[in-house]
Write a protein that binds this ligand. Structure first.
Ligand SMILES: Nc1ncnc2c1ncn2[C@@H]1O[C@H](COP(=O)(O)OP(=O)(O)O)[C@@H](O)[C@H]1O
Ligand SMILES: [Mg+2]
Length: 245
């Protein structure tokens, strides 16, 4: 049964599709069976793969289009080890179903007072789902930051006590995240720094799924991309064997 991670926020432009595609690509690059599930029949990853890729693949992006499955429950029977669901940027009745069938919900946000307010609606929706599924983990990741910004502590303070994880990895605004979609994922680009951020976020999520305390996390950022390139490992298999009893 695959680990299922939904990337959600009912606002467009926060990086849901970008992160879902690149996180999945990170695992594909490491030899893990991973794919992006488009929850939207006209979703942007489906458009991207239809336009530039072939056979539901584009670089390291593997797509499961909305037409490939009927109910979200069916995703649990898929052969992949880890799935990332890219969700639409509007309040859809599908969201409840998606969350109930997910292990982790990653909520990307930009950083500004207005974005802080916008995230409330998603957190409240997830609070309702957690009443039915208390084990569901919710992680907030700050995306599209400029180097000079230091908002991580601010957002941690703002969302303290809300039962959400604030991912320590912050994703920087980098042109290559946009440009790389001409050839596939960020792992088909030369931008090692962007690759490293995605690798660190991916490993961070896996560790949270393993139940490792946030304080103890110190992903060896410097080495993660190079190491995996030299000696492919299967991080998901390791997590599954440790966490699924
Ligand atoms: N970290 C980033 N750096 C630069 N551009 C980004 C980054 N994340 C997302 N983008 C760009 O921002 C826009 C919105 O991202 P997208 O993933 O489509 O958001 P969503 O799926 O939430 O609507 C796209 O043009 C995308 O290329
Ligand atoms: Mg999108």
């Amino acid at each position: 049964m695959p680990i299922i991670i939904a990337v959600a926020h009912q606002k467009g432009g926060v990086g849901k599709s970008t992160l879902a595609a690149n996180l999945s690509a990170y695992f594909v690059k490491n030899g893990t069976n991973s794919a992006v599930v488009d929850a939207d029949i006209q979703g942007s990853i489906t458009n991207l793969v239809d336009t530039f890729g072939e056979n539901d693949a584009f670089g390291s992006i593997r797509l499961i289009p909305r037409t490939a499955y009927d109910r979200f429950e069916e995703l649990k029977d898929r052969p992949e080890d880890i799935l990332f669901i890219d969700t639409p940027p509007y309040l859809s009745t599908d969201l409840d179903d998606i969350f109930l069938n997910s292990d982790y919900v990653l909520v990307p946000t930009k950083i500004s007072p207005l974005d802080m307010l916008a995230i409330e609606a998603t957190i409240e929706l997830l609070d309702d789902v957690k009443e039915k599924k208390p084990e569901l983990l919710v992680g907030i990741v700050i995306n599209l930051v400029n180097k000079s910004e230091g908002f991580l502590e601010h957002i941690k303070e703002h969302l303290k006590g809300r039962g959400v994880i604030i991912q320590d990895t912050v994703i920087t605004k980098r042109t290559e995240f946009q440009r790389s979609f001409l050839s596939g994922s960020i792992f088909e680009s030369p931008d090692k720094k962007a690759q490293k951020e995605i690798a660190e976020l991916a490993e961070d999520i896996l560790m949270k799924l393993e139940g490792v305390e946030q304080e103890t996390i110190g992903t060896p950022v410097e080495s993660s991309v190079e190491e995996t390139a030299d000696a492919p490992t299967n991080p998901v298999e390791e997590t599954k064997s440790k966490s699924i009893v």
